[in-house]
Write a protein that binds this ligand. Structure first.
Ligand SMILES: Cc1cc2nc3c(=O)[nH]c(=O)nc-3n(C[C@H](O)[C@H](O)[C@H](O)COP(=O)(O)OP(=O)(O)OC[C@H]3O[C@@H](n4cnc5c(N)ncnc54)[C@H](O)[C@@H]3O)c2cc1C
Length: 332
């Protein structure tokens, strides 16, 4: 018996991959999670940790980072192997199992694979304006990890989508001042949020864009311009938050011979891809009627994992039984 051969390897430790790891543990499978980020939680921890989620069953409202924390706790119940900061690059068949090779050159042997890679490896869309690169991480930010860092600060937020509008709404109560600029007069964000924004003390300037940021050692000013008249306005600021969206790509996964539709992996009703023993679930997969939500993603991965169990052990039923009838190891 090959000690290093896992029953199931989950690529992606976002909410869907985490729930998959829990279910795989529940089914007694030797489980591994691989994620390219330095922490688990996927989009919840990387993109919007401080935002409230309102559509999780059992949680009338929950901060994304708190949901991630609970999902990680749940996933760790059966002690899966977790490999962080490793990007899955190649998938190759060896005998009757799969080898996932990561950017670190590590080979992970596994009987089944569940791809829960979300939108793939994502990076924020960068702004090519003067001074932005030099102040990145030191006054100019592409996301909010900890909103406390903006307490009492004069903020400029750039963008017109949900992230920009939501951050303006979340931060104005703790910041000294928030200015939001957008290059168009219309916001793309949810109309209810935009209505809330217009009632708030946030100063909205449209159609404005960022021309440059300046400061002596620390960020002091942002120069914005009206994109029709070119008139410039200088704003004293302590921080600039750029919410210009993300560039995501499946990257190497696209070369694995999977049937794709755009940037997503096609699956059937059992979450099977066209490769034997390889499943996909969550944001990364597509089928007719697909919804990119956590609630649907965790259902998909539950189907994938239970089918994977049945595939490697045909005597095991696909239905896992009710967890309420089971005795589980204690939570940590
Ligand atoms: C601002 C915002 C607000 C949202 N609000 C809600 C909401 O209120 N309710 C809701 O249901 N949904 C919401 N969503 C969507 C929700 O976050 C996603 O549907 C969910 O995160 C998808 O989970 P996932 O596990 O499929 O993918 P992800 O969370 O994207 O996780 C995928 C993981 O895979 C890893 N990965 C990718 N490629 C590789 C690779 N090659 N090798 C190793 N690791 C890899 C990534 O690093 C990442 O950690 C929101 C999304 C955003 C951006």
């Amino acid at each position: 018996m090959n000690e290093a051969l896992y029953d199931i390897t989950i690529i992606g430790g976002g909410p869907v991959g985490l729930f998959g790891a829990f279910y795989a543990g529940l089914r007694g499978m030797k489980t591994k999670i691989i994620d390219s980020l330095p922490q688990l939680g996927g989009q919840l921890t990387a993109l919007y940790p401080e935002k409230y989620i309102y559509d999780m069953p059992g949680f009338p409202e929950v901060l994304a980072k708190d949901l991630a924390e609970q999902m990680i706790r749940q996933a760790m119940r059966f002690k899966p192997t977790v490999c962080l900061e490793e990007r899955a690059e190649h998938l190759t068949r060896r005998d009757d199992y799969w080898i996932i090779t990561t950017n670190k050159g590590v080979e992970h042997a596994t009987r089944t694979v569940v791809i829960c890679a979300g939108a793939g490896a994502f990076t924020p869309r960068k702004l090519n304006a003067e001074g932005v690169e030099a102040f990145e991480g030191k006054g100019v930010y592409y996301g909010v990890r900890d909103k406390a860092q903006f307490e009492g600060k004069r903020l400029l937020i750039v963008g017109g989508g949900d992230s920009a509008v939501d951050w303006a709404l979340h931060l104005y109560p703790i910041a000294r001042e928030v200015v939001l600029i957008h290059r168009r007069d219309e916001f793309r964000a949810h109309e209810q949020s935009v209505a809330q924004l217009r009632q708030s003390p946030v100063r909205i300037l449209t159609p404005y864009e960022l021309r440059r940021v300046e400061g002596n050692g620390r960020l002091e000013r942002a120069v914005i311009f009206h994109n029709k008249t070119q008139e410039e306005v200088e704003l004293p600021v302590d921080a600039v938050i750029l919410n210009l969206g993300f560039v995501a790509s499946l990257g190497p996964i696209k070369t694995w011979g999977l049937e794709l539709e755009g940037n997503a992996i096609k699956v059937d009703h059992l979450m099977r891809t066209n490769l034997p023993g390889v499943y996909a679930a969550g944001d990364v997969c597509t089928y007719e009627g697909k919804l990119k939500l956590i609630a649907t993603g965790v259902g998909e991965v539950c189907v994938a994992v239970n089918h994977a169990k049945h595939t490697i052990d045909p005597s095991a039923k696909m239905f896992p039984g009710h967890s309420s009838d089971m005795t589980l190891p204690a939570l940590e």
